[in-house]
Ligand binder design. Structure first.
Ligand SMILES: NC(=O)c1ccc[n+]([C@@H]2O[C@H](COP(=O)([O-])OP(=O)(O)OC[C@H]3O[C@@H](n4cnc5c(N)ncnc54)[C@H](O)[C@@H]3O)[C@@H](O)[C@H]2O)c1
Length: 414
C-alpha cells in the first residue's frame, strides 16, 4: 500500500519507518536539509532505533520501502493513507494551538490525492477534526494520537502502550478505515508485542477505535495527567525543601503504595519539553466554560515551581558579590537533542529578570550567546567561571564540582 507522511520530525519519521517495513512510504518535509540527510540514511534527530533502521536498510539487513521527498506530487499521488505529523505550537496570543501547518499539509494532500484517508497524528485541540471535516466538507479525515517519547520515538512505536484511532462512529467507511490504519501500525510493531499480557489480562497491543473527539481528548488528558504527576512530586519537593525535610524519604514512602507506583516521580525544575506545557494549556483552553479547578492548577503549579527554584538559586548566591550563575545544559532530559520549552529556560529567565549574570554550558549550541547570556562550550572554563552550577538533570561530568551544583534530580533518572 502507498502511504504518505507529512513531516519528518519525531512523530512523522518514526511512524514512516515503522510503516515502511511493509508498505511503500513517501515521507515529505519542507526542510531540504532534513530530506537530504534522510536520503543519505542519516537521522536528523537523535534516536538510536531510527539510526539503526536507516543503517539496516542500507546494509540490506532490514529492507525498507522508504522514500524521503520534498515533492508533494511524488508523496501524495496515489497514496491510500496520508499521515499528518507537522507541528502544532501553542499560540499565546490566540490561547490555542496553531494548526496552520496541519491545514497546509491537508490542502497539499487533497491537491494530489482527493480520495486518500488523511490521518492526523499531530496533537490538536479537542473538537478540531470534526470542525475541520465540516468546514472542508471532507469526511475522510481521521485522528490518531501519538504517545511516543522524544529520544525513544521509534522504540515507542515498535512497542506501543496502545493504538488509538478516532473516527465518526456513525460512519461505517471511516470506522473501517480507522481499523485498517490501526492494523497497519500493529503490523509494523515488534512481533513479540502480539504475545504480551496487558495489566487487564488481555494479550497483544490494545487497539481502540473511538469517536474523533474522544480520541483527541485521550491525547490531551493523558499528557495532562503526566504533567499533573510531575507537578505533584515537584510540589512535594517544594514543601520538603521549605521545611528542611528529606524529599527522597518521603517520595520512597509514598510510592511504595502499588496504586501510586515508584516511577515518574523524580523532582525537576518543572515539566517541560515540546508537549506537556502546550498540551496542558490547550486542554485548559478547551475547558472554556466547563467548570474545573485542577487543570488550571496544573498549569499554574508549573509556574510556581519555576519561581520557587529561581528563588532558591538566588538565595544560595546571596552572599556572593556579583555572582555568576552557570546553567548546565538547556535540554530537558539527559539524552535529549533539543531544548524546546525546557524548564531550565524558565528558571534562567526568572534569574536574569533579577539582574543576575547567567552563563550557559550547552555544547550543541553554536552561537556566542543565548538570549544575551554567554555560551561556553568548554566545560572546564564553564565550571571555573560559575559560582553555582544549575542542572535540571545530574550528569557525572559534574562530579568534581558537586559542592556547587544545584539540582533537584534526586533519583538520577528522567
Ligand atoms: N515530539 C513528541 O514527543 C510528540 C509526541 C506526541 C505528539 N507530538 C505531536 O506531533 C506533532 C509533531 O511533533 P514533532 O515533535 O514530530 O515535530 P517536529 O518539529 O520534530 O517535526 C515536524 C516536521 O514537520 C515539518 N513540516 C512543517 N510543515 C510541513 C508541511 N506543511 N508539510 C510537510 N512537513 C512539514 C517540519 O519541517 C518538521 O520537520 C506535534 O503536533 C506534536 O505536538 C509530538
Amino acid at each position: 500500500m502507498k502511504i504518505a507522511v507529512a513531516g519528518t520530525g519525531y512523530v512523522g519519521l518514526s511512524v514512516a519507518l515503522l510503516l515502511a517495513q511493509h508498505n511503500e512510504v513517501h515521507a515529505l518535509d519542507i526542510v531540504p536539509e532534513k530530506v537530504s540527510m534522510l536520503g543519505k540514511a542519516i537521522s536528523p534527530i537523535v534516536d538510536k532505533e531510527i539510526s539503526d533502521f536507516l543503517q539496516a536498510n542500507v546494509s540490506g539487513d532490514r529492507p525498507l520501502n522508504f522514500q524521503p521527498t520534498l515533492d508533494p506530487a511524488q508523496a501524495y499521488t496515489g497514496a491510500e493513507y496520508a499521515i499528518i505529523a507537522t507541528p502544532t505550537n501553542y499560540d499565546p496570543k490566540k490561547n490555542y494551538f496553531d494548526t496552520s501547518s496541519v491545514e497546509a499539509a491537508i490542502e497539499a494532500v487533497r491537491r494530489y490525492a482527493p480520495e486518500a484517508w488523511i490521518v492526523i497524528k499531530s496533537t490538536i485541540p479537542v473538537g478540531y477534526t470534526q470542525q475541520l471535516q465540516e468546514r472542508l466538507r471532507d469526511s475522510r479525515i481521521l485522528f490518531s494520537p501519538e504517545f511516543l517519547r522524544e529520544g525513544h520515538a521509534l522504540f515507542d512505536n515498535l512497542h506501543p502502550s496502545r493504538i488509538v484511532v478516532g473516527a465518526p462512529q456513525d460512519d461505517e467507511q471511516a470506522v473501517a478505515a480507522a481499523h485498517t490504519f490501526a492494523e497497519l501500525l500493529v503490523q509494523g510493531a515488534d512481533p513479540q508485542e502480539m504475545r504480551r499480557v496487558n495489566p487487564d489480562g488481555t494479550t497483544g497491543i490494545p487497539e481502540l477505535v473511538v469517536g474523533l473527539t474522544e480520541a483527541e481528548a485521550i491525547k490531551l488528558f493523558a499528557n495532562t495527567y503526566l504533567a499533573l504527576r510531575v507537578a505533584y512530586f515537584n510540589e512535594l519537593d517544594t514543601y520538603a525543601e521549605s521545611r528542611c525535610l528529606d524529599t527522597q524519604s518521603i517520595i520512597n514512602g509514598v510510592c511504595l503504595d502499588p496504586r501510586i507506583r515508584s516511577d515518574y516521580n523524580n523532582p525537576s525544575f518543572g515539566y517541560g519539553g515540546y508537549c506537556l506545557p502546550k498540551d496542558t494549556k490547550q486542554l485548559l483552553a478547551n475547558y472554556d466554560k466547563v467548570p474545573q479547578n485542577l487543570i488550571g492548577a496544573i498549569v499554574e503549579a508549573n509556574r510556581t515551581r519555576k519561581d520557587f527554584i529561581a528563588d532558591e538559586i538566588i538565595d544560595r548566591v546571596a552572599d556572593i558579590k556579583n555572582p555568576v550563575i552557570g546553567i548546565y545544559r538547556l535540554t530537558m532530559k539527559s539524552g535529549s537533542d533539543n531544548f524546546r520549552q525546557s524548564a531550565i529556560q524558565g528558571v534562567m529567565k526568572r534569574i536574569k529578570a533579577k539582574g543576575l549574570t547567567v552563563i550557559v554550558y550547552e555544547p550543541t549550541l553554536n552561537t556566542p550567546d543565548f538570549f544575551g547570556s554567554k555560551v561556553i562550550r568548554d566545560l572546564t572554563q564553564f565550571k571555573r567561571e560559575s559560582d553555582i552550577v544549575v542542572a535540571n538533570r545530574w550528569n557525572d561530568d559534574l562530579g568534581d564540582i558537586s559542592g556547587k551544583v544545584f539540582t533537584r534530580d534526586l533519583f538520577r533518572c528522567d
